[in-house]
Design a protein around this ligand. Structure first.
Ligand code: CAA
Ligand code: NAD
Length: 283
């Protein structure tokens, strides 16, 4: 199947990165958000990153202009009627995601593939909101999308081999490395990463060390590029909490219990870098 037109839904940190990578790889991309301001911010982020690539000599001015020409901002989900592939990157909440997929199922052409960038939610359940579960798949990009090479491709119970193959080929076209994963809570990436982040939050909660010292241990002691608390702020504490809740509920195992401090911060609106405050403060 040939994919030309792509819609990315949600212009937050993941959606804007996904849209940028597709546009840079020659696809025509609609970047959709229900919030005008979030959409403008997403487009602005892409423009800045492309300008940086030009300054660094990785992209020509012409390449930047062509990439931006392939990008159409959208606040109307009906634009998906022109798309061969839709990638959803809205909040990590099953009700919101299934509502988006229900609408997409009626709007998009019959051949279109519907993908979710969910970090942890079951693809099989998202697919059940549509009448085309064989064309629903997980395409899990890593943050920051323009930099990170990995894409976890998640097969739902009914995902067809043809859909899988199209998305795997597409991932190579985006210059990323695909990994095939079955539909389990948190897949591979967040089943391993998020309990480590949650444990770092417990370490802080129990007064073992300061945020900076906890992060220094993991950066200098384990060679991680970011400490776990800095990484949690970067991912978004709301997203971290939702992922821990999916693991806790999905495996029914107390080892995945979200740290009460994480809950408290999210309740306070301390969502990390995107809200200006998390374990650290940002200007
Ligand atoms: N968006 C786009 N590009 C970015 C970026 C961003 N948010 N942040 C940094 N970059 C680019 C920079 O532009 C820079 O490239 P150039 O200088 O060539 O333009 C390059 O990345 C390196 O940046 P820096 O030198 O400023 O900083 P760094 O060397 O510390 O690298 C980093 C930054 C790549 C983000 C690095 O700190 C890192 O790898 N951190 C860990 C990231 C990680 O673990 N991601 C996975 C999160 S979990 C996930 O995504 C799954 C989930 O479901 C939650
Ligand atoms: P974000 O909060 O930065 O952005 C979400 C965007 O979706 C917002 O701009 C919001 O306005 C928009 N939105 C919400 N509901 C919408 C709807 N019904 N229609 C259109 N737009 C809508 O979130 P994010 O960090 O980009 O995460 C998005 C998804 O990607 C989540 O499922 C998350 O789990 C996943 N993810 C996140 C990361 C990460 O590191 N943050 C990594 C991989 C995957």
């Amino acid at each position: 199947m040939t994919i030309k037109n792509v819609m990315v839904i949600g212009a937050g940190q993941m959606g804007s990165g996904i849209a940028q990578v597709f546009a840079q790889s020659g696809f025509h991309v609609y970047l959709n958000d229900r919030d005008d301001k979030a959409l403008a911010k997403g487009i602005n982020t892409i423009e800045k990153l492309l300008t940086r690539a030009v300054d660094k000599g990785r992209l020509t001015e012409e390449g930047k202009a062509e990439t931006l020409n392939r990008l159409t901002p959208s606040t109307n989900l009906e634009d998906a009627k022109l798309c061969d592939l839709v990638i959803e990157a809205v909040v990590e909440n099953m009700d919101v995601k299934t509502s988006v997929f229900k609408q997409l199922d009626t709007i998009t052409p019959k051949h279109a593939i519907l993908a979710s960038n969910t970090s942890s939610l079951p693809i099989t359940e998202i697919a059940s909101a549509t009448n085309r579960p064989e064309q629903v798949i997980g395409m899990h990009f890593m943050n920051p999308v323009p930099v990170m090479k990995l894409v976890e491709i998640i097969r739902g119970l009914q995902t067809s081999d043809e859909t899988y193959q199209t998305i795997e080929d597409m991932t190579h076209q985006l210059q990323k490395t695909p990994v095939e994963v079955n539909d389990f809570p948190g897949f591979v990436s967040n089943r391993i990463l998020m309990p480590m982040i949650n444990e770092a939050i417990y370490t802080l909660y129990e007064g073992v060390a300061s945020p900076k010292d906890i992060d220094t241990v993991m950066k200098l002691g384990m060679n991680h590029p970011m400490g776990p608390l800095q990484l949690a702020d970067f991912i978004g504490l709301d997203t971290c909490l939702y992922i821990m809740e999916v693991l806790h509920e999905g495996f029914a195992d107390s080892k995945y219990r979200p740290c009460p401090l994480l809950r408290k911060y999210v309740k306070a609106g301390w969502l990390g870098k995107k809200s200006g405050r998390g374990f650290y403060q940002y200007d």
